[in-house]
Write a protein that binds this ligand. Structure first.
Ligand code: HPA
Length: 237
């Protein structure tokens, strides 16, 4: 049954979902990756595309930007459409000196300044982490792509794009935080709440402390495609 934000009928969304932030990117990924694809929802310009990847049904749907937007779509997919696994495929700002622009980052944990870590159990700040099975499958898939550098570690999921807090950034980098983005903690919290599986994989589109590393759009595309390939392979396990 359609929900307030998704117009697909039951069964029109696959149990495996790739979730970029940008709806235009979702369409591109669907067209590049899926066979027999069709558009099954288009509320607010957030298209949901369903087809098959290597013979397995898979959907691609955007999250929009930030935890609240992602939380709406992910909750409705898990709760009302029987989705079992969502992998976010997004971009991030690299924080760690170890991470170069273009590298791929698999978020083994999500630190956050969002209330989402505190809402599910009173008095507890939850550890927000991915599904081990998806993480393991992503690691396996990444080994088959030798041309891309893949990092595994915590990321910082911030509620603010335009709020410079140097002490926060410095403290997080000292603790080995790899990058900053704005959705992973929301996805991991939603998966916990709905008893489902999630993973976040990112490509570094810029570096917080090194703007000389900015990538050309062609370079951006190559590493983005590697990340999407790792995510699709991890979804089919
Ligand atoms: N901050 C938050 N999210 C991001 C950034 C950033 O610098 N770059 C890409 N996504």
């Amino acid at each position: 049954m359609p929900t307030p934000h998704i117009s697909a009928e039951n069964g029109e969304i696959a149990p495996l979902v790739l979730m970029p932030g940008d709806p235009k990117r979702a369409e591109r990924i669907a067209r590049d990756l899926l066979d027999d694809l069709r558009l099954v929802s288009d509320v607010r310009g957030i298209g949901a595309w369903t087809g098959t990847y290597a013979g397995t049904p898979m959907s691609v749907m955007a999250s929009g930007m930030g935890i609240p937007s992602l939380g709406i779509y992910a909750t409705e997919l898990y709760r009302f459409y029987g989705v079992k696994k969502i992998i976010r495929v997004g971009t991030c700002g690299a924080m760690s000196p170890r991470v170069k622009v273009r590298d791929v980052i698999v978020a083994t944990a999500a630190h956050t300044n969002s209330s989402v870590a505190q809402l599910l159990v009173p008095g507890v700040s939850l550890s927000l982490a991915p599904s081990y099975d998806l993480l393991h499958a992503a690691g396996h898939a990444a080994k088959k792509l030798p041309d891309v550098t893949v990092h595994y570690g915590p990321v910082y999921c911030s509620d603010h794009f335009y709020l410079a807090r140097p002490a926060v950034t410095e403290g997080l980098v000292k603790l080995g935080t790899l990058a900053v983005e704005m959705e992973s903690a929301g996805l991991y919290a939603t998966a916990l709440q709905e008893g489902a599986e999630a993973l976040t994989i990112l490509t570094a589109s810029d570096h917080l402390f090194d703007s000389s590393q900015d990538m050309t759009s062609a370079e951006r595309e190559t590493s983005y495609q590697a990340m999407v390939r790792i995510a699709a392979q991890a979804l089919i396990g």
